[in-house]
Write a protein that binds this ligand. Structure first.
Ligand code: HEM
Ligand SMILES: *[C@@H]1O[C@H](CO)[C@@H](O)[C@H](O)[C@H]1NC(C)=O
Length: 476
């Protein structure tokens, strides 16, 4: 109801302003009234092959076109230069923009919703807790330990996606506030998973019980985290200090110079949990799925990790040097990020009329920079729709002959976005993935327990959470 009332007004308003200023919009089709092309988009993304939605429009209109998705007319970019322009001009010409239902779940003070100078400060604070030095000197040990700990419990049939989620959740909690897995973290994770479900009830959140449950669960998560924050404040007044993200937040001067409020800190922590959890665990699962379907790649990966294990004792933890020596695994990770496209693109809003490629994006319009469209484009990646980790070898090697073509590959490969909002967890996610794959292939062999299908809506995931039958390698 709400939707059908507001859209005609919106469209009327847009048509009026557009014609008055004689703007030259990118070509395209706004689709049905009210719904636009959202239904086509959703039904395409519910299949294993969503590409035709973009392909059809790119072949008709070119790589920048107008459509109407998720409630608004939208300029859709499948063009790497336009995407870069959009991402780099964050805060000047474009700003990030999320639907209200998502903002409610994230919390008002979440990094994902922050803008301007506060965003800049908090972004770099996050970076300072997930950069290479911190990972090397502090986080790597925890990652190694928590991955092992979880895998020790695996026997027989395992839902890989669930296990990967457990691992990434525990890692984030450890990184944020130094908690090891316990009953408290288990309970937090249960509530938290209800919050996450709420994110994917996009079309009509107001009427959905899932969404209401998510809002309630968010309250409980915030309450639990709030207790921790208060406790830690008391400790830090007594001069005790832990070395984690929460400590850094408590040290930080707030906007008014008086430090952050508990609410601000809680929102910040919820946002970090959200940003790092579903993404990394899905990539872990899909890397294993793609490897299972590509025995040659799996064999090469196993060899790389067997060599690393051969240099070390059975129980010795991975070191930074080991991480650096996983060159084929890096290729597998890049290729998984490229093909899976966990974040298929980012939404922005034009802050003023913006000219691009001879078109105008009117002020206030929604813009979608599709990372997926570029990663799946045959003009940028040969046989773009095939999983081929070896394609990355050319540019990790020293051969300079292919340097021009390979540097262009890097320019169009943006799984972590770009500009001022580029993912601050990118390096951390990579390390988590490498450590996970290391222990997976050195400890287990596995077969899929049943057929499972990849879908892309509401998020990229496999339908059955990827069940596999594992067998411990040292048992055999
Ligand atoms: C494979 C795993 C991951 C992928 C593919 C990924 C991808 C992305 C992308 C594309 C963005 C940009 C969103 C935008 O421009 O609107 C982003 C932002 C962000 N990511 Fe990640 N991410 C991953 C893992 C992580 C992890 C482990 C963390 C935890 C530290 C994290 C924290 C964040 C945060 C806080 C932002 C918001 C940055 C901002 O708005 O300034 N991400 N991520
Ligand atoms: C993987 O992609 C990143 C860009 O995200 C690039 O810097 C790196 O060189 C790539 N790795 C390999 C092995 O090609």
């Amino acid at each position: 109801m709400l939707l059908s009332f507001s859209f005609p007004l919106l469209i009327f308003h847009l048509l009026r302003t557009t014609s008055r200023r004689k703007l030259h919009l990118p070509p395209g089709n706004l689709g049905l009234p009210f719904l636009g092309e959202t239904l086509q988009l959703i039904s395409a993304y519910k299949t294993e092959n969503p590409e035709p939605f973009i392909d059809d429009r790119v072949s008709k209109y070119g790589t920048v076109f107008t459509t109407h998705v998720f409630g608004e007319p939208t300029v859709f970019s499948a063009d790497p230069d336009t995407n870069r322009f959009i991402l780099q001009n964050e805060g000047r010409l474009f700003e990030s923009s999320y639907p209200g239902s998502i903002s409610n779940l994230l919390g008002r003070h979440s990094l994902l919703l922050m803008r301007g100078s506060l965003h800049k400060r908090m972004h770099s604070l996050t970076m300072s807790f997930a950069n290479s030095c911190i990972i090397r000197d502090h986080l790597l040990v925890d990652i190694d330990r928590l991955v092992r700990l979880n895998m020790e419990a695996w026997t027989g049939r395992v839902l890989l996606m669930e296990e990967a989620k457990k691992i990434t959740f525990q890692l984030t909690v450890k990184q944020l506030m130094s908690f090891d897995p316990c009953e408290w973290t288990e309970n937090l994770m249960k509530e938290y998973m209800l919050v996450i479900e709420g994110f994917f009830t996009i079309p009509l959140p107001i009427f959905s019980t899932t969404y209401r449950r998510a809002i309630q669960a968010r309250g409980k998560v915030a309450e639990a985290l709030g207790l921790v924050v208060r406790e830690r404040r008391r400790e830090s007044e007594k001069g005790e200090r832990k070395n984690d993200m929460l400590a850094a937040l408590l040290d930080e001067e707030g906007d008014g110079g008086g430090g952050f409020s508990d609410e601000e800190i809680v929102d910040f922590m919820v946002a970090l949990l959200v940003a790092g959890y579903e993404t990394t665990s899905t990539i872990m699962t899909l890397a294993v799925k793609f490897l299972t379907e590509n025995p040659c790649a799996l064999a090469e990966l196993k060899e790389e990790h067997a060599e690393i294990r051969a240099r070390k004792g059975e129980a010795e933890t991975l070191q930074w040097d080991d991480y650096k020596s996983m060159s084929f695994t890096q290729c597998v990770v890049n290729e998984t990020l490229r093909v899976a496209n966990i974040i298929s693109g980012v939404f922005r809003r034009a802050m003023r009329d913006v000219s691009i490629k001879g078109y105008t994006i009117p002020k206030g319009w929604q813009v979608f920079a599709s990372l997926r469209a570029v990663h799946m484009d045959h003009n940028h990646f040969k046989d773009a729709r095939t999983f081929n980790p070896w394609r990355w070898q050319a540019n990790s090697g020293s051969s300079s002959s292919s340097s021009s073509s390979s540097s262009s590959v890097i320019n169009v490969f943006t799984p972590f976005g770009g500009g001022p909002r580029r993912c601050p967890g990118a390096e951390l996610a990579r390390v988590e993935l490498l450590v996970f794959l290391h222990h997976m292939v050195t400890r287990f062999s596995w077969v899929p327990a049943e057929q499972d299908k990849l879908v892309f809506f509401p998020t990229t995931r496999t339908q059955k959470r990827y069940p596999i039958i594992v067998e411990r390698r040292d048992d055999s």
